[in-house]
Write a protein that binds this ligand. Sequence first.
Ligand code: PEP
Ligand code: MN
Length: 343
Amino acid sequence: MVSGERFLLGPCSAESREQVIETAQALRDVCGFPFIFRAGVWKPRTSPHTFQGAGEAGLEWLAEVKRTFGIPVATEVATPEHVEAAMKAGIDYVWIGARTSANPLAVQAICERISGLVVSGLGASGVFIKNPVNADAELWLGNIERIEKAVYGVGCKVYAIHRGCGHKPCWSMAHKVRLARPDIPMLLDPSHMSGDAAQVPELIKKIEELGLDGAMIEVHNKPAEALSDAKQQISPADLTAALLDRFTVRPASPVRSETELNWLRAEIDELDDTLWETIAARMDVSRRIGAWKKAHGVAPLQPERYRIIGERLAVSGERLGLSKTFIDHIWELIHEESLRQQV
Ligand code: PEP
Ligand code: MN
């Protein structure tokens, strides 16, 4: 992949002509390498009461970025009508977002419109497909195939964007897709993956560690004033040349086995975090049970309940391939701490 296709940088939403042009200009000034300017104009928002995007007016601002700065531009499409409007406005690349990616019929309809327009000479240079909102590697792979089939042989490239699920990376899902389709470039979206600007620099390091091909990063000229995803956008100044310099010339790829180990370690780290979250949530419920017991004059230690839970955990744990000794150890530790939380 040429370096210009490795980074999609720009605001979550195109909000005004001024914001789009200022952000693009600042990015051009700070980035010593080619990139694609991104901005959403139709925003799939959770609430209908928040900013829904500037619509087709936003496409004009993107076209102006392309004309004025010579930077290729990208936007999100969620319907065949979006595809048509984007391509007519001269948008170079489109991406399919996580919510749309969860619906194979919607992806199919988009693909068919892209293919019709590509054949009639209006085509996009590339289509980026994000993982679905739910951790479904198979659906993501299916969507990659849907797009490939639609744009096969017409010079329009297909890229995967790993944006995680909610604000969790879901490395195991991305790892599966990477192993199944090492031929499809995979970009990281640290902004949506974390929902937190402070975590973006750390996540960017994963590009090298996991041998990924680039990133989509949300950059806004005034992040605090952003009309969507304000918490996760970084300023052009934060996206310093220093942060990205290391990627302008592709570093020697780590040997394959090391990349594989890094993927597995990313999976383990995420599972460990999940373990803590689950244990902490369990302690919270335990404290609430402790309060109930206190209010009703019931002793914290209930031997019968202790025995029943132990038996239940042995059955469910052994079904998952865990050893009885290990299960007993863990249950002992959890119970001890749980009691301590209740007294
Ligand atoms: C976006 O890129 O602005 C966006 C809406 O992303 P996602 O589909 O990953 O939520
Ligand atoms: Mn966003």
